[in-house]
Design a protein around this ligand. Structure first.
Ligand code: ADP
Ligand code: MG
Length: 606
């Protein structure tokens, strides 16, 4: 029997399918079942207006025969006549995915096929021959379409009822791939469960309906109990805890979709590793499209879990992927917006829940502000909180600014590993004494984030460990100038000793009970130096040694120095102490210990 050649484009798609040993071949079943479901939809729709066409209860029947190595997929849908077969299966590929292929390499194409499928031809991933016996709903003539890699043929056939039955002749096993698995009841069942569970018509295998047909997110809210929502979440995400927040909503308009989304109570243990997988699934009219649907939610909301079921995607899916991309973009915008408004509402009305959320996922939002050169900072900034010196509780930037003192021009923050650690900073006492609130920057990302967002409500962020705080009154400034003048030889001597370590040594009013501290200039901070060191980046902050002129230690030193004693040891000790308080390592711990030991001996022998 002479076969017709497939049209060139179809042939290319066919080759792509036949050789796609590295793609997810499982999806062929989803594609063929979706076609069957579409065909039943069409029949039901036409039956509404055309009384020649009888409406029936739609049903999809699966069968397999291990010995003959065949799978069959039958439906009682609209069916096809000879022209349909020629047009729809013979020249299938005006496909958008093929046009797409011109511009991307093979591997990318495979990914696209894996994600969206390209319909009927995907059968050739697992079969080397496909037979389609079909009878159109308004006709008593039936046809058989036989397709192989070499071409296709259409002949007359017999079929009792309208509809379509597709037989796949499953390939022999190869070294890379065991096609046998598709000839197994359990495997077929699990593929249906995974990809086609929510197809609206029963999918019957060996007389048993194996799909559940109505997905929970398609049910009316009033018919769903909290337990149902929670159970669906816990089963799907293997979470012992109930979700913190459940969102079930429908969006109509440009892109219509239904979504069932969850915010988890706890951050998954691998959340900040490469192993973490986004728990968001994309469906199209009840048909599973893909896991980890990164396309439809922004990275900064990647904690979200659940399902987005679009009404518009599937009809065009295999045909116009480029357009699809735009649709995905719209979908993403809409999903993002919904998550954002939910978080805002939580912050406003359910403070405690929001704080729980923020403790788990706040870092992610901060990364979001910082990422892409701050592209999303305006969207996210009001969702960010910090603990602060006022009661050690969370505060938003808005709240902070609202309760700022009149005289305060900048937003103060301090960086450290823990709240205790920050409270002990020599620099913080004075700021608190003046009645200012200080934000605690406890996450490595915090300081990088403010370096990107720069200001909030026209107020700059100001580290109390950096540069000049400008807290002093005129008199205080004068006083410091005088003390500096009085001790200029001592200060110069200390500076000489430390000239390779610090850019400046100065007296300051920043300190209260501590003798010394290190601050950096306005560029890189000391904590950024530490953070970057963790990434093997050896950059140094410019360090300034600030000395408290009112401290007994300085007074004693000034006294000693006037008696022209050696200053070297003391200067070095002061600097090492400042390093330790700042959480940095000292250059020579052995030397440091020696100096302390000698001082101890001296003081004991006195
Ligand atoms: P798509 O479903 O995106 O249109 P397919 O390659 O899956 O692309 O199918 C091509 C066409 O073949 C369908 O649009 C439909 O007209 C026809 N077709 C495929 N399977 C069936 C079926 N089971 N019953 C009726 N028509 C079918
Ligand atoms: Mg299809």
């Amino acid at each position: 029997m002479a076969m017709k050649e497939f049209k060139t484009e179809s042939k290319r798609l066919l080759d792509l399918m036949a050789n796609s040993i590295y793609t997810n071949t499982d999806i062929f079943l989803r594609e063929l079942i979706s076609n069957a479901s579409d065909a039943i939809d069409k029949r039901a729709f036409i039956a509404l207006t055309d009384n020649k066409i009888e409406s029936v209860e739609g049903k999809i029947v699966l069968g397999f025969d291990k010995k003959k190595r065949i799978i069959t997929i039958s439906d009682n849908g609209i069916g096809m006549d000879k022209e349909d077969l020629e047009k729809d299966l013979g020249t299938i590929a005006k496909s958008g995915s093929l046009e797409f292929k011109e511009t991307v390499d093979e591997k990318d194409t495979m990914d696209i096929i894996g994600q969206f499928g390209v319909g009927f031809y995907s059968g050739f991933m697992v079969a080397d021959k496909m037979e389609v016996v079909t009878r159109k709903a308004d006709s008593d003539k039936a046809y058989m379409f036989t397709g192989t890699l070499d071409g296709y043929d259409i002949t007359s056939a017999k079929k009792d009822e309208p509809g379509t039955a597709i037989t796949l002749y499953i390939k022999d096993n190869t070294k890379e791939k065991k096609y046998d698995k598709y000839l197994d009841n359990g495997e077929i069942r699990s593929l249906v469960k995974k990809y086609s569970d929510f197809i609206r018509y029963p999918i019957v295998l060996e007389e048993e309906t194996i799909n559940s047909m109505v997905p929970i997110w398609k049910k009316a809210k009033k018919d769903i109990k909290d337990e149902d929502y929670n159970e669906f979440y816990q089963m799907n995400y293997y979470d012992f805890e109930k979700p913190l927040k459940t969102l079930h909503f429908k969006v109509e308009g440009n892109t219509s979709y239904t979504a069932l989304l969850y915010i988890p109570c706890k951050r998954p243990f691998n959340y900040f590793t490469n192993d973490y997988k986004l728990g968001l699934k994309l469906y199209s009219r009840g048909v599973f499209i893909k896991d980890e649907a990164k396309e439809i939610v922004s990275d900064h909301f990647r904690f979200i879990r659940g399902i987005v079921d679009s009404d518009d995607l599937s009809l065009n899916i295999s045909r116009e992927i480029l357009q699809e991309d735009r649709q995905m973009e719209t979908l993403k915008k809409s999903v993002d917006k919904k998550i954002k408004s939910t978080l805002e509402k939580m912050l406003k009305d359910e403070r405690e829940a929001y704080e729980t959320f923020f403790t788990e996922f706040g870092q992610q939002l901060k990364f979001g502000c910082y990422d892409n050169y701050g592209m999303n900072k305006d969207q996210l900034i009001d969702l960010i909180m910090f603990k602060s010196s006022k009661e050690d509780k969370y505060v938003t930037l808005k709240e902070y600014v609202e309760r700022m003192k009149k005289s305060q021009k900048e937003i103060y923050y301090a960086t450290g590993d823990s709240i205790e650690n920050i409270k002990e900073l020599p620099q913080i006492e004075k700021v608190l004494d003046k009645g200012y609130e200080v934000l605690y920057f406890l996450d490595g990302v915090d300081e990088f984030m403010v370096s990107i967002i720069n200001s909030y409500d026209n107020k700059q962020f100001k580290s109390i460990q950096k540069g000049d705080l400008d807290l002093d009154t005129k008199e205080e400034k004068k006083e410091i100038e005088k003390k500096t003048e009085d001790n200029k030889d001592l200060i110069a001597a200390i500076k000489e000793v430390l000239k390779d370590e610090v850019t400046e040594v100065k007296l300051s009013n920043r300190l209260k009970s501590q003798p010394v501290c290190l601050v950096s200039d306005d560029a890189l901070s000391i904590d950024m130096e530490k953070a970057l060191k963790a990434f093997n980046q050896d950059v140094k902050a410019n360090k300034i040694l600030e000395i408290n002129p009112d401290h007994d230690l300085f007074k004693a030193l000034a006294n000693e120095y006037s008696k022209s004693k050696e200053i070297k040891e003391y200067a070095q000790l002061l600097y090492d102490q400042a390093l330790l308080i700042a959480g940095l390592t000292i250059k020579d711990p052995v030397e440091y210990t020696k100096r302390i030991t000698e001082l101890m001996i001296k003081s004991i022998n006195k």
